[in-house]
Design a protein around this ligand. Sequence first.
Ligand SMILES: Cc1cc2nc3c(=O)[nH]c(=O)nc-3n(C[C@H](O)[C@H](O)[C@H](O)COP(=O)(O)OP(=O)(O)OC[C@H]3O[C@@H](n4cnc5c(N)ncnc54)[C@H](O)[C@@H]3O)c2cc1C
Length: 422
Amino acid sequence: MLGMSVPSGDRYDALVVGAGPSGAAAAYWLAERGRRVLVVERKRFPREKTCGDGLTPRAVRQLLDMGLGEPLSEFHRYEGLRSMAHGVTLELAWPSHPVYPSHGYVVRRRDLDLMVAERAVKAGATLWQATEALEPSLDRGLVTGAVVRHTESGTTERVSARYVVVADGANSRFGRALGTARDRSYPMGMAIRGYYRSSRHDDPWIESHLDLRDREGNHMPGYGWIFPVGDGTVNVGAGLLDTFTGFKAVNTTRLMEAFTATAPSYWGISEATATGPWTGGRLPTGGSVLPKTGPTWIVAGDAAGSINPFNGEGIAYAYETGRMVAEAVDDALEAGDGLALAAYPERLEAVYGLYFRVARLFVKAIGNPGVMRELTRVGFRSRTLMEWVLRIMANLLRPDELGPAEAAYAVAARVVAALPEP
Ligand SMILES: Cc1cc2nc3c(=O)[nH]c(=O)nc-3n(C[C@H](O)[C@H](O)[C@H](O)COP(=O)(O)OP(=O)(O)OC[C@H]3O[C@@H](n4cnc5c(N)ncnc54)[C@H](O)[C@@H]3O)c2cc1C
């Protein structure tokens, strides 16, 4: 166990369930404000988490804000996205932006999550690893903490806290026990990844493929990626959304088989260079999990369905929502009233509401393979157009100037705002 312990029988200000990006960020920002925080993490660090390991400028911004610029600079930095479709390749550098840096990183989650959890502990949070939150504790209908099990000793104990932060990831068993549910009308992603040894492991571009085909050349719904990790390996993956026509007929393993067989040969992807088995997971998008708060609990990251439907990016949104959760809990502690948590869903709506609605409409439209093909065909003819698309999809629009991407987005946003809820 790391960090200070509160004497047993005492109450923490906050119990955070899960020490992935959302839980570690919530713990860091609460500890920064002098709050007594306990984070319980089922696994022991360093632990694997199935992911593409890609950090966009939004994620980098959050890591810099947590004071992690120096350790982050040890990892593989990249400059932008190499996007490929219909035989056309476009290298699109991250745009300049007043708030976000113009670069990203690729960091294996076993390293990234350890780094942020350690940062939270350094800020004053207590971390119990190999400790699983089994179920919420209730007192007269209010959540007052959780029963936790130390998985290595097998012992259980009850932890008391004024507020409970649910940050237990996409499956969110703890959240479901509190009554959260995913709205199935929102897009849900499914993706799979594996690592391969590659001489191009330190390529300065992450690569995405938007027209996947099987070995016979037939189009498949989905996309593929190759993200250079800079440690001798590349992270290779494939994914699709449940809004894609025919998604039920294509599982992610089939998609990955097709992608690894057809990916550019310069990456050297083959059975011989694979370093381990493929693993997959689900990506709940668009803020699809509700409710976001109860009287004494609050949900962040994948447990709240926070992934960007445009590009499957979830780490930045986990850090951001973890930080917003910390602010709401801090305000509730200050006010001595859980009603202050209600500011959190309002904040989510203000920051992501319209953007996520536009994204949901967009991914519904590209679910039609004809629309997707036409859009990529037209888009790939114009670098400028694809630069806009990258900005929109990575949520890197500039607040200070109305460039072409902002103008295109503003038009789309106005249309979406006028439509009924998708
Ligand atoms: C194949 C794939 C590729 C992806 N690629 C990218 C990418 O390249 N870039 C990107 O930004 N996003 C990517 N994502 C999404 C990203 O992985 C998630 O959005 C992100 O991990 C969410 O962080 P989180 O903290 O909310 O949840 P998680 O990272 O899932 O963390 C939850 C933590 O809670 C712990 N936990 C769970 N239950 C309990 C319990 N009861 N008690 C204690 N601890 C518990 C878990 O062990 C885990 O450590 C990808 C996802 C998948 C599946």
